[in-house]
Design a protein around this ligand. Structure first.
Ligand code: MF3
Ligand code: CO
Ligand code: CO
Length: 254
């Protein structure tokens, strides 16, 4: 099997889907406050995607996932299922949005602070974002998947954090998850070489404590085994002729 090279027409559709996914994160930001439930956040995002964007929330019914977005709080690593529990001051939460527009997917997530947050939680969130941005900076034709994993692992571990191994980034296009698997650890020069026209996500999950995770009985929610805090940031990235284009960039990042 091999990594799909997207046509100019597909790339244009991926730009549109990526922009919509980024827009949902901007839309939801003012609502992430103490007292709101993740079900309410899910409903707000669902209605925005369906009614305003005329797009489809990709997670809904994907392999049985019951909601339209993933909400992963504190020691939840990823794939948290929205529920009726209220956010409380000091929580950190990842909101992961994937939209489908004209058959193509945009996938992105970020960390939000719920009210005032502890310095060690803030430090985890910002170093995890740095891991993502360092990895994106590697992306250009001739770079390998190992280069991406290497810079993430190096930055995380040199800050005494650990990298989750069970989940990875992925190729993305008219399918939610395509080849390749984008590991968030590795060695320079190893793995597939990137070429212009490839589109992939990078979405490191970084823990304050040990890297080990377990999946809860709901079959989705991944949490740290030692219940230490975990953070994740995700972008969808196009490999261009000379470097890369982040398809899910938000205003605050431009
Ligand atoms: N958005 C996640 C990712 O980045 C996947 C979520 S799968 C779901 O790949 F079913 F939980 F939505
Ligand atoms: Co993804
Ligand atoms: Co995602």
């Amino acid at each position: 099997m091999s990594i799909i090279i997207k046509s100019a027409n597909e790339i244009e559709k991926m730009r549109i889907a990526g922009k919509l996914a980024a827009d949902v994160l901007e839309f939801i930001e003012p609502y992430i406050i103490p007292g709101i439930t993740t079900n309410e956040i899910d409903k707000l995002c669902h209605d925005y995607i369906v009614d305003v964007q005329h797009a489809i929330p990709a997670p809904l019914n994907y392999r049985g996932f019951p909601k339209s977005i993933c909400t992963s709080i504190n020691h939840t690593v990823c794939h948290g299922i929205p529920n009726d529990k209220k956010l409380k001051k000091g929580d950190i939460i990842n909101v992961d949005i994937t939209v489908i527009k004209n058959d193509y997917h945009g996938d992105t997530s970020k960390m939000f602070y719920v009210g005032e947050v502890s310095p060690h939680a803030k430090r985890l969130c910002s170093i995890t974002r740095e891991c993502l941005m360092l990895a994106i900076a590697e992306v250009k034709p001739g770079c390998t998947l190992g280069d991406i994993g290497y810079v993430i692992q190096k930055h995380a571990e040199s800050n005494r954090y650990s990298v989750v191994r069970e989940f990875c980034g992925h190729g993305i296009g008219n399918k939610f998850h395509e080849e390749p698997q984008v590991l968030h650890y590795g060695k320079r020069g190893e793995g597939a070489t990137l070429e212009a026209g490839m589109i992939l996500t990078i979405e490191p999950m970084i823990n304050i404590g040990k890297r080990n995770i377990k999946v809860l009985k709901d079959g989705w929610t991944a949490v740290t085994k030692d219940r230490s805090l975990s953070a994740q940031w995700e972008h969808t990235i196009l490999v261009t002729g000379t470097g890369h284009e982040v398809l899910t960039l938000r205003q605050e990042e431009q």
